[in-house]
Design a binder for this molecule. Structure first.
Ligand code: G3H
Ligand code: 13P
Ligand code: ZN
Length: 325
C-alpha cells in the first residue's frame, strides 16, 4: 500500500477547482509507454501546465500496472529536474485510472499510489451506477483519493471502452447522481466520442453545449469532464495516409468547440487518440523516408519530439492550461 502523497503527486481536487474558477481545462493525457510519458511531462513542464497522467485498463494490461506506477513516480522526478534546469516552476501532476470498470480495479489503483480514479458504470442503469460509484467514493475518501463518475454513454471504440451510439447525459439526472455518490468530478456525454471517427463526413461536428449549460446550472460547483475530446488533427491523419496508412474519414471534435466547453465549466479534457495519431504518422514517415533505419530510437525519438509539440500547442490553444501550473 502506498499513498499518492509519497510519490510527489498533486491533488486532483485542487487542480480542478482552480481550473473551474479560472475557466480553463486540465489535460488528461493517456500513456502506455516511456516515450508517451516523457513527451506528456516535457510538453507540460515547458507549457507550465498542470497535467493528469491517465492509465487505462488496456494500458495496465499492455505495460503492467506496477511498472506504470513506478514510471509515473520516476516521471514526477524527471519533470521536477527538467523544471529546475529550465528555471521553471514544478508542475502539479496527478495519476489517474481511466475508465475503471469495477471496484476491484479502482481499489488496486488507490492502493498502488494513484491520486484519482474513474469508476465508469455509465452503461448500467442509474441506480446501479450510483450504488457502484458510491462504493468507490467511500473507499477512496479514506485515502484522500478523488473519484470521477460518468453519466451518459459515449460512442466509439477503443480496447476496453466501446458503445455503438451516444446516449446524451440527461441534465435532470445529474443532481441525484452527484448527491447519491459524492463524486469529485463528473464526465458527461454531449457529443464527443472515443477514437478517431467521431463524426460522419457531411455531419455537423458539433457538441451539445446546451446540455453542458443545463448541467452546470444544476451543479455549479462540480468539475465537469469531457472524454473523447481529441480533435483528430488533419495534418497527422494526412501524413498517415500519405505514408501508406488507411484512415479514411477520420474526424474529431473541432478545437473551438473544446475551447468553448473549457470556458463553460469543463475542467478536465481527455486526449488519447491525438497522441496515437502523432506517433503513428511520424513512425510511418520515418520508415518511408529511411527504409534502412532499424534503431527504434531513430523513429520513436522523432515521434516523441512531435508529441511534445502537439501537447504544447494543445495546452495553449485548446485547453488554456498553459502557465496555470
Ligand atoms: O477512453 C479510452 C482511452 O483512450 C484508453 O483507450 O482502452 O485503448 O487504452 P484503451
Ligand atoms: P479520445 O479517443 O478522443 O482521445 O478520448 C480519450 C479518452 O476519453 C480517454 O478517456
Ligand atoms: Zn474516455
Amino acid at each position: 500500500m502506498v499513498s499518492w502523497k509519497e510519490l510527489g503527486l498533486a491533488s486532483q481536487k485542487a487542480m480542478l477547482q482552480k481550473a473551474l474558477k479560472e475557466g480553463y481545462a486540465v489535460p488528461g493525457y493517456n500513456f502506455n509507454n516511456m516515450e508517451q510519458l516523457q513527451a506528456i511531462l516535457t510538453g507540460c513542464v515547458k507549457s507550465q501546465s498542470p497535467v493528469i497522467l491517465q492509465v487505462s485498463k488496456g494500458a495496465r494490461e499492455y505495460a503492467n500496472g506496477t511498472l506504470l506506477r513506478y514510471m509515473a513516480e520516476g516521471g514526477v522526478k524527471m519533470a521536477n529536474e527538467l523544471a529546475d534546469s529550465l528555471k521553471l516552476k514544478h508542475i502539479p501532476i496527478s495519476l489517474h485510472l481511466d475508465h475503471g470498470e469495477d471496484f476491484e480495479i479502482c481499489k488496486a489503483c488507490i492502493d498502488n499510489g494513484f491520486s484519482s480514479v474513474m469508476i465508469d458504470k455509465s452503461h448500467d442503469p442509474i441506480e446501479k451506477n450510483i450504488e457502484e460509484t458510491k462504493k468507490v467514493v467511500e473507499y477512496a475518501r479514506k485515502f484522500d483519493v478523488q473519484v470521477e463518475g460518468e453519466l451518459g454513454i459515449l460512442a466509439g471504440k477503443e480496447d476496453n471502452v466501446q458503445a455503438d451510439k451516444t446516449t446524451y447525459t440527461r441534465p435532470e439526472d445529474v443532481e441525484k447522481f452527484a448527491k447519491g455518490t459524492g463524486v469529485d468530478s463528473l464526465a458527461i456525454a454531449i457529443g464527443t466520442s472515443h477514437g478517431a471517427y467521431k463524426f460522419k463526413p457531411g455531419q455537423k461536428a458539433e457538441l451539445q453545449l446546451d446540455i453542458l449549460s443545463e448541467v452546470r446550472k444544476r451543479l455549479p460547483k462540480l468539475p465537469i469532464v469531457l472524454h473523447g475530446a481529441s480533435s483528430v488533427l488533419t495534418q497527422y491523419v494526412d501524413m498517415i495516409n500519405k505514408f501508406g496508412g488507411k484512415m479514411e474519414n477520420a474526424i474529431g471534435v473541432p478545437e473551438e468547440q473544446l475551447r468553448k466547453a473549457a470556458s463553460m465549466g469543463v475542467c478536465k479534457i481527455n486526449i488519447d487518440s491525438d497522441g496515437r495519431l502523432v506517433v503513428t504518422a511520424i513512425i510511418r514517415k520515418t520508415f518511408a523516408e529511411k527504409p534502412g533505419e532499424f534503431d527504434p530510437r531513430k523513429y520513436l525519438g522523432p515521434a516523441r519530439d512531435e508529441l511534445i509539440k502537439m501537447i504544447m500547442d494543445k495546452n495553449k490553444t485548446v485547453l488554456g492550461s498553459t502557465n496555470r501550473a
